[in-house]
Design a protein around this ligand. Sequence first.
Ligand code: 5RP
Length: 251
Amino acid sequence: MGLGALPVGALVLFQPKRRAMRDAELAKRAVGFAAVDRHVTSGTCIGLGSGTTAFWAIERVGERVRDGDEIVAVATSSVTEQLCRERGIPVIPFGEREIAVAIDGADEVAADWSLTKGGGGALFREKAVALAARTFVVIVTPEKLVERLGAFHTPVEVVPFSLRWVERKIKSRFGVEPRLRGGAEPFVTDNGNVLLDCSFGSIADPAALDLQLREIHGVVATGLFTGLTGAVLVSRSDGSVDSLAGPGERA
Ligand code: 5RP
């Protein structure tokens, strides 16, 4: 049924939902733009993340390049690479130049600034770029801020050959039932691997869990990012963007 066939009352009912969606997009835009304006200088190489929030940082970098800034980027996914090319942002291979700043979204940001990432499946390249960057700037909307990680599933990237083995190991070591992303038609990452989404519940020590998972042969990377975050920018409902005080700086 097209919208034209709906009664007027139904259209009115749709509007708050539409407004909420528009506000959410504006919040992502505000934080993406702020990250670029506050952290990116002309003449540098930057890392650009993946996802609907990072999209707006890419958009802003595109504007800056069109205005004459000399910025080159390392893309954290094939989608981001394509978005960069469409906006005239020069893309270079990872490892070719030092990355001054990387800007990326997150699925969860804990009080200690550990992150869950990989909701979009780009965790391996996102972690590579975050590790290599001098400053890693995380951009989120407020609902991503949590006390501890774990409400969002932890993505685990696995070499397809080892999938069943890794699944069994995770089950037996952690007592959780990993879920293959995409099910019968598995999601394939930019690296040709598959993803197991694991619900560990509240994670007391993300660094230790990341290490334990990576010790399983066949695990390539996890979406737990620890000790990497250099700044967290959060958009507020009034359109402003706060830079959070670091875990060690709070009163
Ligand atoms: C992709 C990611 C994204 O940064 C994360 O999923 C957040 O995405 P969004 O900004 O769309 O909520 O880690 O692998």
